[in-house]
Design a protein around this ligand. Structure first.
Ligand code: IPM
Ligand code: MN
Length: 361
């Protein structure tokens, strides 16, 4: 089959890891006889430097003509002084907004060969962590009304958290559907003891569940309790469903239980299943261009793309197998290297090459 992919490495280590993600795609193409055509574009700080804007109109049009977007990371200290709308991150926000990428999938799982990297106790890790955090990505406080105004104590800054039943329902349906393909359980996370928007969230999730997904197990959890459970008892979670801000925080916590944020991939998709695939780590400017970033999150994002965007389940499984195999064979970038017997300290490129070589039928 033939697919067109917008490739947007962005800034910092986004560039290093995206190169290896494309190597994995090329290997898939060779092994399975597909054709991937790449449209490489600048978004983020690099685009500000080249064109004076974090994203060009033309890039949005090109993305629209593609079957999926592969994204690296955007941002860096060089552009930190800019006002919010001109910052590199606005390029990513424009992609999320333009394509209505409301459903953010952030899987976190502990790889067998990285068990010792988890900061959690062995007795907790041994119960396994394999969860899918589903975060609403286009509603809530990050996209709500915001500004500064005169208040009781002088000037104040404000951001509004607001959810419509429509927004909750569409992301909840995705969560229930994904739970059906996994272990059949959804934990919906809110703060309904304090927030009106969370009451709307909880009522809507319950209504959609009772009407159309009674076969899926549904549990509600307050976000503070969920944060504790993630640290003490993460194996209880299958699908976690939550708002934009809670999901932002909990996905970092879920991610770190696996030992390195350098291992975590994510997808942001819309109602037509069009999406952007990216590692969840940022640009890590301190190690950018040094060839030591871990490319496995970006390669994992390719695995998600093959499955979700292209329906290539076998190919996606081959990427997963390759990641497991390269770890099993001892290859470790510095973020996951522990100086244990059999470990091979690897560069970004070596990790990418060795992973690609393990993508086989
Ligand atoms: C993330 C990031 C972004 C978000 C920031 C950069 C706005 O933290 O993808 O988790 O919260 O959406
Ligand atoms: Mn975040």
């Amino acid at each position: 089959m033939e697919f067109k992919i917008a490739v947007i490495p962005g800034d910092g280590i986004g560039v290093d890891v995206t190169r290896e993600a494309v190597r994995a795609l090329d290997q898939i193409a060779g092994v399975y006889g597909h054709t991937f055509r790449y449209e490489k574009r600048l978004v983020g700080g690099c685009c500000i430097d080249a064109f004076g804007t974090p994203i060009q109109e033309e890039t949005l049009k090109i993305c629209e003509s593609c079957d999926a977007i592969l994204f690296g990371a955007a941002g860096g200290p060089k552009w930190d002084h800019l006002p919010r709308k001109d910052r590199p991150e606005s390029g990513l926000a424009a992609l999320r907004r333009t394509f209505n990428l409301f459903c953010n999938l952030r899987p976190a799982k502990i790889y067998e060969d990285l068990k010792d990297n988890s900061p959690l106790k062995a007795e907790v890790v041994n119960k396994g962590v394999d969860l899918m955090l589903i975060r609403d990505l286009t509603g809530g406080i990050y996209f709500g009304e915001k500004g500064t105004r005169q208040g009781k104590y002088g000037v104040e800054g404000y951001d509004v958290e607001c959810y419509s039943a429509f927004e909750v329902e569409r992301v909840a349906r995705r969560a229930f559907e994904i739970a059906r393909t996994r272990r059949g359980s959804v934990t919906s996370i809110d703060k309904s003891n304090a927030l009106e928007s969370s009451r709307m969230w909880r009522e809507t999730v319950t209504r959609v569940h009772d009407a159309d997904y009674p076969d899926v197990e549904l549990t509600h959890l307050l976000v503070d309790k969920a944060a504790m459970e993630l640290a003490c008892n993460p194996s209880r979670f299958d699908v976690m469903l939550t708002t934009s801000i809670f999901g932002d925080i909990l996905s970092d916590e879920a991610g770190v239980t696996t030992g390195s944020v350098g291992m975590l991939a994510s997808a942001a998709i819309n109602d037509k299943n069009f999406g952007l695939y990216e590692p969840i780590h940022g640009t890590a400017p301190d190690i950018a261009g040094k060839g030591i970033a871990n490319p496995l999150a970006a390669i994992g994002a390719v695995g998600m793309m093959l499955d979700i965007a292209f329906g290539l389940k076998e190919e996606s499984a081959a990427v997963d197998r390759a990641i497991n195999a390269v770890l099993h064979d001892g290859y470790r970038t510095p973020d996951i290297y522990r100086d244990a017997p059999g470990q091979i300290r690897s560069t970004t490129e070596e990790m990418g090459v060795q992973t690609a070589a393990r993508i086989t039928k």
